[in-house]
Write a protein that binds this ligand. Structure first.
Ligand SMILES: Cc1cc2nc3c(=O)[nH]c(=O)nc-3n(C[C@H](O)[C@H](O)[C@H](O)COP(=O)(O)OP(=O)(O)OC[C@H]3O[C@@H](n4cnc5c(N)ncnc54)[C@H](O)[C@@H]3O)c2cc1C
Length: 412
């Protein structure tokens, strides 16, 4: 009998297992995947997600993989011009990373193992075990193996969008959003690029960032309805999008594509009730948003930290577990909702509304406000605070007092 069984060993599951094991709980962590292995996901890890790795004493290991830092001088290009800046307020202003999932997820699962969680890779969970209406364990099997039962005080689904735990316990889903955007991405060598670049255009958004092994991630998003046409001609669709930023397109063209195009028709947005009798959900199993704002990995880290705080207190009798988990759900929703709305809107890939365009113009010659904007859209500071009438009013007023420099420092 374990204190906890965690199903899924990537960005949500491994930190959850690691933190519980570090807290002295006995933990079994299982995944049908083996590591290192890839998954369909780009892998922008924003500065606030990177800060979590620092707190867990894993940042040196990530740096040692050779993944270059990003967000030291990032580009957010809105068409007529680009906003450039940094994210100063988290991770000591040291930025984030764009590590391959083969690298990041392996680092995380190893950290869970080093913290004394028991790990079974290549282990598929087929069903949950119930006693009346309470989850008491799992039934699963290693590759080619016979079914085995394992029991725990709590079973945690860190098993992604198609969570078998959420399905088995019929976790209530709310505030769902349909799939809005589809995406393709690949990896190029020989691209002149020091930091992450993001481009927003009518009907598409794209960008790139340096990653491990001297490669550069190149990714493009289109409205979900475009997926059949994009899939029929991925190369042509990608280059048509990239050519709307000629300088970026030229630098990518000067490089060489080293891997195939990876694609997805898109993922829906939803909140799921993340707990019940004997079970909890974390990461994408618990809450999902379109990938366009690249929040999933950082969210999974934060969700793992906050869930394990609640579980540690509940499992050790320092509070009522159900009350603690209810508080965790409320806090999660309050924390992520502004970004959820922003993400859902951005994923529609419609032209920005006039007030947003006016804000972009006002930011153009205001470096502090640009840094705050980049901090807000990456998730380093609360988006709602940045977008408050008071803050936006202050930025607009400041812009009216500023004459654009003769030779602009920020142009596309
Ligand atoms: C196209 C795309 C691009 C993205 N880009 C970014 C980005 O740039 N930055 C960012 O932060 N986020 C991004 N995301 C989101 C990010 O990938 C997810 O939020 C993140 O992977 C969530 O991690 P997780 O651990 O919750 O789930 P997952 O990474 O989905 O891991 C779930 C694990 O559970 C295991 N599992 C499932 N069922 C079982 C079972 N029955 N038995 C055993 N094991 C099981 C799976 O094998 C898997 O390893 C992107 C997503 C997509 C689709």
């Amino acid at each position: 009998m374990y204190d906890a069984i965690v199903i899924g060993a990537r960005c949500a599951g491994s930190p959850t297992a690691m933190l519980l094991a570090r807290g002295g709980f006995s933990v079994l962590l299982v995944d049908r995947a083996t590591f290192p292995s890839d998954t369909i996901s780009t892998h922008i890890l924003w500065p606030h997600g990177t800060e979590m790795l620092g707190r867990w004493r894993l940042l040196d290991q990530l740096t040692a993989t050779g993944a270059p830092p990003i967000c030291r001088w990032m580009t957010f290009d809105v068409g007529p011009f680009a906003l450039r800046g940094t994210v100063p307020d988290v991770n000591d202003g040291m930025g984030g990373f764009c590590p391959r999932r083969t690298v990041l997820d392996t680092l995380l699962v190893n950290a869970a193992g080093e913290s004394a969680a028991e790990i079974r890779e290549g282990f598929t969970v087929d069903e949950l075990l119930f006693a009346d209406d309470t989850v008491v364990g799992i039934r699963g099997r290693s590759r080619g193996g016979r079914p085995v039962d394992e029991h725990a005080r709590i079973v945690i689904g860190a098993d992604g969008v198609k969570s078998c735990v959420a399905r088995a316990v019929r976790a209530a889903e709310y505030d769902s959003r349909p799939v809005a955007a589809c995406a393709y991405y690949s990896y190029f060598s020989g691209v002149e690029q020091d930091d992450i670049e993001l481009y927003v255009r009518d009907g598409c958004a794209f960008g790139g960032a340096p990653t491990n092994d001297g490669l550069h991630l190149v990714m493009v998003n289109w409205p979900a309805g475009d997926f059949p046409a994009v899939r029929a001609d991925v190369d042509g669709s990608v280059w048509r999008a990239l050519e709307t930023a000629p300088d970026f397109a030229a630098r990518v063209r000067a490089g060489r594509r080293e891997e195939k195009w990876y694609g997805t028709a898109g993922v829906p947005g939803y909140f799921r009730k993340p707990f019940g009798r004997g079970w909890a959900l974390v990461g994408d199993a618990s809450y999902n948003r379109d990938p366009i704002t690249a929040q999933g990995i950082s969210d999974a880290f934060i969700d793992a930290a906050l869930l394990t705080d609640a579980l540690a207190a509940g499992l050790s009798g320092r509070g009522d577990l159900e009350e603690l988990l209810a508080g965790h759900e409320l806090a999660r929703n309050e924390r992520v909702r502004p970004m959820y709305e922003f993400t859902s809107h951005l994923a529609m890939l419609e032209p920005p509304p006039p007030e947003m365009q006016a804000l972009f113009v006002a930011l153009r010659y205001n470096q502090d406000a640009t840094n705050a904007f980049l901090s807000a859209i990456t998730g380093a500071i609360p988006l709602a605070d940045f977008m408050s009438d008071e803050n936006v009013g202050r930025i607009m007023s400041a812009a009216r007092l500023v004459e654009p420099p003769v030779s602009p420092s920020v142009t596309s």
